[in-house]
Design a binder for this molecule. Structure first.
Ligand code: ZN
Ligand code: ZN
Ligand code: FE
Length: 762
């Protein structure tokens, strides 16, 4: 006996990244498939759906809504309310609805999808070789959005009027380009231009073919990409790279390269499954891969390093260009040493002039500056060390709901900022080193953009205690309008690591970095904290030594080597004919000695970064640096890969006023004895092993006192993969649960998240 089936109606709200990712067409198709009637629309806060039909069909629809959502969608919450049916006769996609004060998540820019790649490379497609091909599954998003809801009129694509073909795709709910806001083709969309070094247009039949030829001739090209300009040249040519380095005034800093295909990547580097997944993901970051000895990529791309920063093409322009040149290409940020990446055509002409021979520009404006993200895989776990393209502005989820909106201004180097709202921490894309006005301006503009996009109105501003950071000054200028909270640098490091691991209870925090302003006004950087979101206690640290000449000691690590020897072993040890002293000017040695004797301009530091610098210089590896942490990086590179059980050097731990201090005298005495007796690489390995043992011994002592079993590692020193490997293994062996970073950088790029959590926690 047939029972009359009852019709029901469901009102659905979906939150998350659900706009600009093909979500409405997906809903449309799903509703049609299940013969449901009603509508779907975007609002400023969510995607709203009303569907009417039989219960079973509705249930199926709901299950598939969550389970089969488009690749780029990230569903955060679905709410369903039943209501009386209204008798819809079809299913339609309705106009977007702007709602006051509401906000929603914005998709990051996403690498070209396989379907678009297919069209791009097939000669009978109307988008063959069109360098701005995209669809709802890929292409620019965050970099072109000026406001929400995400509609073409609110993006930098508004000036391009779609041709009938493109408009047809845009209007067809069954097309891959339905409501793809940046939809374009060669007839109606953005186009390329080739300019000479002075910015004069060069007439040519095809920009990409010409650009490919110029790259093959060893020229340097500034190429406008998704979030800014790259400087490109032939990565196999020593000469081209030397020229680029000379013009950029960067003799050593490693450069990233782009390779056409995964097969090519495997020709030059070792790639594990996890690394391959990351390289080919929609985020498509630069991944630091183990470099093969027989790779034809010039060693000058990353002098002295075992790892090469590699990415696959992520825009149609890249795909076509790489196919055209057939070369591995250097693709480094288009800027002068410390400035932010150039994004606008006139800005690039002004700032990159003199570095580049040619410009490849286009007329789609970049609204948000957006660097390439950089990741590594360590212990099977991907770890971001620069978080930008593909990741920002997707927020980090907080394990609690914030009552206040906090703007955390971050640190100085590798700056990011972070704004909290509800249970989200909107951590910005990598802003850069806040040492000049250009970067400060980028910082200020990006804060305004986030406030606008996510309807943020912070009441509290959090800052680093360092009085000279531009981010701190920015915060203090807002005193009065906003309430101010100062957060200690290393506390912020540890909390950033706790938060992304969802841990709230107190941990032992090991915060090892180059420099951070201590609560007592001294320079910290080798810190053992007992920390939670609210507070911390400095329970231990590395022994203090002077930094002769302050900043000069960071640029010239041999100054630190002299300081350790002088402070720990006494002046007479300097006369031992240590090989590294031969490289240092005798006059400077005398100045340093005087500075150390009298304590002139020699602030004491407990920094672990300086300890690595000092040992690197002492071993004759690196006495002067071109980029941050170069001496420490090269010390790590010197160590052999195959780690047999290394023997630790001696060190001791003393207690003073309830604080444990790691004493380094025996360590330096032992290293000096080994110099000339053991290969430098073995000394380096033993040193790394010793630092891991220092951490374990300290953690055991602290755990005995405070009954804690979780240890969180944070700070720039933990970008050292050898140290992390040794430390995690040693801590786990002793029964500790070890927290490390993955979502936000372990370096100062993660500081803003820690600051935001500490100052919004109550
Ligand atoms: Zn696509
Ligand atoms: Zn068109
Ligand atoms: Fe730091």
């Amino acid at each position: 006996m047939a029972r009359a089936k009852t019709v029901e109606l469901a009102q659905i709200s979906v939150r998350g990244v659900v706009q600009g990712v093909g979500f409405r067409p997906f809903v449309y198709q799903l509703a049609t498939k299940h013969e449901l009637k009603g509508w779907v629309l975007n609002t400023s806060g969510d995607v709203k759906i009303e569907v009417e039909g039989e219960r079973e069909a509705l249930e199926q629809f709901l299950a598939e809504l969550e389970g089969e959502a488009p690749t780029l969608a990230r569903i955060e919450a679905i709410t369903v309310v039943s209501a009386p049916p209204v008798g819809y006769t079809d299913f339609e996609i309705r106009r977007s609805l702007a709602e006051e004060g509401e906000y929603q998540l914005v998709s990051p820019d996403i690498a070209t999808c396989d379907a678009c790649k297919g069209e791009l490379l097939s000669s009978d497609d109307r988008r063959y070789c069109y360098p701005f091909t995209n669809c709802t599954n890929c292409g620019p998003r965050f970099t072109i959005i000026e406001d929400i809801p995400y509609d073409r009129s609110k993006t930098t694509m508004r000036r391009f009027v779609m041709c009938p073909d493109c408009q047809g795709e845009y209007d067809d709910p069954l097309d891959r380009r339905f409501h793809a806001q940046p939809n374009a083709c060669s007839k109606c969309g953005p186009s390329l231009e080739l300019l000479d070094g002075d910015g004069e247009v060069i007439a040519c039949d095809d920009v990409i073919t010409t650009a490919g030829r110029l790259l093959n001739e060893g020229k340097i090209l500034a190429i406008k990409g998704l979030g800014g300009f790259h400087l490109a040249c032939d990565a196999t040519s020593d000469k081209a790279i030397e020229l680029l380095r000379h013009r950029k005034r960067r003799p050593y800093k490693p450069l990233a390269i782009m390779l056409a295909t995964m097969d090519q990547v495997k020709e030059h580097c070792f790639v594990c499954a996890e690394e391959e997944k990351l390289l080919t993901s929609p985020q498509c970051p630069i991944v630091l891969l183990r470099w093969k000895d027989d790779s034809s990529v010039s060693r000058k791309v990353a002098p002295g390093l075992k790892y090469l920063g590699v990415m696959l093409p992520y825009t149609p322009l890249h795909h076509v260009l790489l196919r055209e040149t057939g070369l591995p290409l250097v693709m480094t940020s288009g800027n002068l040493s410390e400035e932010p990446i150039a994004k606008d055509n006139d800005e690039a002409l002004r700032r990159v002039k003199g570095i580049t021979d040619y410009f490849v520009v286009h007329n789609r404006d970049i609204y948000a500056r957006y660097d390439d993200s950089v990741a590594i895989v360590e212990g099977q776990k991907p770890q971001l060390i620069r978080r930008a393209r593909g990741y920002a502005p997707y927020p980090v989820h907080l394990p609690f709901r914030t009552k206040k909106q906090v703007l955390a201004c971050g640190a100085e180097l590798k700056n990011t900022f972070c704004i909290t709202k509800d249970n989200y921490a909107f951590i910005s894309q990598h802003i850069g080193d806040m040492e000049n006005l250009e970067t400060l301006e980028h910082f200020e503009n990006t804060i305004e953009l986030y406030k606008k996009l996510f309807r943020l109105e912070p009441e509290v501003v959090a800052y680093d205690l360092h009085p000279e950071y531009l981010s701190t000054k920015y915060a203090k200028e807002r005193a009065g309008a906003l309430s101010l909270v100062g957060v200690q640098h290393h506390h912020a490091h540890i909390v950033s690591c706790m938060v992304e691991n969802g841990v709230q209870e107190p941990v032992i925090g090991i915060a090892f970095d180059g420099t951070g302003y201590g609560s007592d006004g001294t320079i910290w950087g080798g810190e053992f904290l007992v920390a939670d979101y609210k507070d911390f206690q400095r329970v231990g640290h590395l022994e203090y030594v002077p930094m002769p000449g302050g900043a000069a000691a960071i640029e010239r690590p041999y100054r630190m080597a002299l300081s350790y020897i002088y402070a720990l072993l006494g002046e007479e040890s300097l006369g031992q004919g240590l090989p590294f002293l031969k490289e240092v000017d005798g006059h400077e040695i005398n100045i340093i000695k005087r500075q150390l004797e009298r304590g002139i301009n020699s602030p004491p530091t407990s920094s672990c970064g300086r300890l690595f610098d000092g040992v690197s210089a002492l071993l004759g590896i690196r006495g002067k640096v071109d980029y941050e942490a170069q001496a420490a990086v090269e010390l790590e590179m010197a160590a052999p890969d195959e780690i047999d059980e290394a023997e630790a050097y001696p060190f001791s731990i003393v207690e003073q006023d309830g604080v444990r201090i790691v004493k380094l005298k025996e360590l330096f005495r032992a290293i000096i004895l080994d110099i000339g007796r053991l290969p430098v690489g073995i000394i380096s390995l033993r040193f790394h092993y010793t630092v891991a043992q220092m951490i374990v011994k300290m953690c055991q002592l602290i755990a005995d006192d405070q009954a804690l079993c979780k240890a969180a590692l944070s700070g720039g020193v933990f970008q050292n993969r050898l140290l992390v490997r040794l430390t995690v293994a040693a801590l786990e062996k002793e029964g500790f649960e070890v927290l490390t970073h993955s979502l936000v950088p372990t370096n100062d790029g993660g500081i803003s998240l820690g600051q935001a959590v500490i100052s919004s926690w109550e």
